[in-house]
Write a protein that binds this ligand. Structure first.
Ligand code: WTA
Length: 549
């Protein structure tokens, strides 16, 4: 693809990044090395706190050297531009500089969420044709199990393996960064749709222009900030707003390596004097549930700006945020595919509780019906964006057809339903497809169904997102058993464990219901819409394509 960038806007932003003299552009250079030139070398880039409370600080100088060593190490393995190099690690400092080191070589970096189990990894690694994989001893077994199915995988490296550590340390700490073209691919991330396997969303080096601009505008980042984005880099927010844009702006960034825990989170905010905090509605609701007493035990007066992403931010959470922190959570909307925030309650715009805000200045957004006609104000429709912008996905790995299916009549179709009010604010309504958002994490029903039917007692399964007061949605599975008389609470637990063990710790169905058959179209497709209607007691709607039920 050779996109035509419509907005002249980006012409103006061209100089906000550093181009090499020959007109080439490398994302990682802009994210990390550039900081040395502007005098940030000795500034802390990363404040890392592990689950047991141990803090490590890494300066921009040190980040440059560490990522250079990784880049040299990769070259010693013979990797070439365009090779896919993957990271399968929990939130530890290595993840961050390995990611940048990969991009420095011109290879394509990709991160896999550390909750993934073998089945989820297999599909993604096979599709990407990953050549080198960074993991640790703890997670290694999940890759070992599927290694024979990964023909292109040449090296699996444990970052806590002594041999690797010695080798890495022996690498030179300077590196000639690849002079990649702006349109070359920098990183990819798998995400889920309704059907089929996960899709490898590919982003180019040029995306950094818009990632920087959006972070400045929507997150109000300033040079002296201490910034904490709670997202894991296995998801797009954790890459774009916890590695790329924040460091490109020279911002000291906090990463907490542990799991969610209210007490711990407040301590992290207090201890590191966080000024800008970017998190998810589920986390906010979980904090809310723990009550005010806990908050009062901490001095959180350093917080200047708070924002949220990934799922609808309910007005109650905004009101609670203001009562508790004296600040509002600013909602932002975007997707793995868009590569940066598109719609937001920017600090300038202020807060419109319940609304996602307005499109950023370089975004043209419209609500359209299925015939691509714009709908009237306050009417529900498909949220569409005008392509192309620098951070839009460049392709879907090995699936150009899927990529093309996002576009129609010169518009990008987001897959979300929304409406626009008379003042131009956008309001999220829901997904137009069957994608599930639980705790802000994106899950495809098909993947969960595919694992469930691998269980010897299961004939078929239909999976939906069921609204949940805290998590936004939970994964609910309707399961048809081979032998109905085996239905029991015990079997439900067993199926949950089965999905956890084979697919991912975060994607298991928190609720299971046994039913005798699934609603399907005559061509055999599961009609999840009908499962949802049944669940919520809604009208079932058009069932003309339904097979006898
Ligand atoms: C949903 C996350 C409501 C939406 C950055 C979108 C939201 C999907 C919001 C993308 C929001 C994201 N309000 N829903 N502010 N932000 N979403 O790819 O359905 O993990 O299509 O990217 O999350 O999820 P993804």
């Amino acid at each position: 693809m050779n996109p035509q960038y419509t907005p002249e806007y980006f012409e103006q932003l061209k100089d906000s990044v550093v181009w090499f003299e020959d007109g080439s552009l490398n994302m990682a250079y802009n994210v990390i090395d550039h900081n040395i030139e502007i005098g940030n070398g000795n500034k802390t880039a990363l404040i890392y706190e592990s689950e047991d409370g141990k803090t490590t600080e890494i300066t921009f100088f040190s980040m440059v050297r560490k990522s250079n060593r990784i880049a040299n190490y990769l070259e010693s393995l013979g990797i070439k531009r365009g090779d896919r190099i993957s990271i399968f690690l929990p939130r530890i400092p290595e993840l961050f500089y390995i990611f940048l080191g990969i991009i420095k070589t011109g290879a394509i970096a990709s991160i896999y969420f550390s909750a993934f189990e073998s089945a989820a990894l297999k599909d993604r690694l096979q599709n990407s044709g990953t050549k080198v994989m960074f993991t640790n001893k703890n997670l290694l077994a999940r890759i070992e199990r599927i290694k024979d199915d990964l023909a292109e995988l040449k090296n699996v490296i444990c970052v806590d393996d002594e041999e690797f550590v010695d080798n890495y340390k022996a690498q030179p700490d300077n590196f000639e960064i690849a002079h990649t073209q702006a349109e070359d691919y920098a990183f990819m991330l798998y995400t889920s749709g309704t059907t089929g396997k996960p899709k490898g969303i590919v982003h180019s080096h040029y995306a950094i222009i818009q990632q920087i601009a959006s972070a400045k505008l929507s997150l109000d980042l300033r040079p002296n900030d201490v910034y904490w984005c709670t997202a894991d880099p296995g998801w797009i927010s954790g890459i774009v707003y916890s590695i790329l844009s924040n460091w490109a702006l020279g911002i000291t960034t906090v990463v907490y390596g542990g799991r969610f825990d209210s007490e711990k989170w407040y301590s992290v905010l207090e201890k590191h004097k966080v000024t800008v905090w970017y998190t998810t509605p589920t986390a906010i609701r979980m904090l809310m549930a723990k009550g005010e007493e806990l908050v009062k035990r901490h001095d959180l007066s350093s917080i200047r700006f708070m924002a949220s992403v990934g799922e609808p931010l309910n007005p109650e959470a905004i009101i609670w945020g203001n009562k508790t922190f004296g600040k509002f959570f600013h909602d932002t909307w975007w997707q793995t595919e868009t590569g940066s925030i598109m719609i937001a309650n920017t600090p300038k715009l202020g807060i419109h509780p319940g609304s996602m805000g307005k499109p950023l200045p370089w975004v043209e957004a419209k609500i359209m019906d299925d015939n691509m006609e714009e709908v009237v104000v306050n009417e529900e429709g498909n949220l569409c964006l005008k392509p192309y912008w620098p951070s839009i996905m460049r392709t879907i790995w090995n699936d150009e057809k899927k990529y093309e299916s996002y576009f129609k009549d010169g518009w990008y179709i987001s897959g979300d339903k929304a409406k626009k009010d008379e003042k131009g604010y956008f309001w999220f309504i829901g997904r137009a497809d069957d994608v599930i958002k639980t705790s802000g994490e994106r899950i495809g029903p098909f993947e969960v169904e595919s694992v469930l039917i691998e269980h010897p007692e299961v004939v078929e399964a239909g999976v939906i997102g069921k609204p949940d007061a805290v998590r936004g949605e939970i994964v609910k599975a309707f399961v048809v058993l081979k032998n109905e008389s085996l239905a029991s609470e015990q079997l439900k637990l067993e199926l949950q464990e089965f999905v956890r063990h084979h697919l991912a710790g975060h994607a298991y169905p928190r609720e299971i219901e046994f039913i005798d058959r699934l609603p399907k179209t005559r061509s055999g497709k599961i009609m999840r819409r009908i499962l949802r209607a049944k669940e919520f007691g809604d009208p079932i709607g058009d069932i003309s394509t339904l097979e006898d039920y």
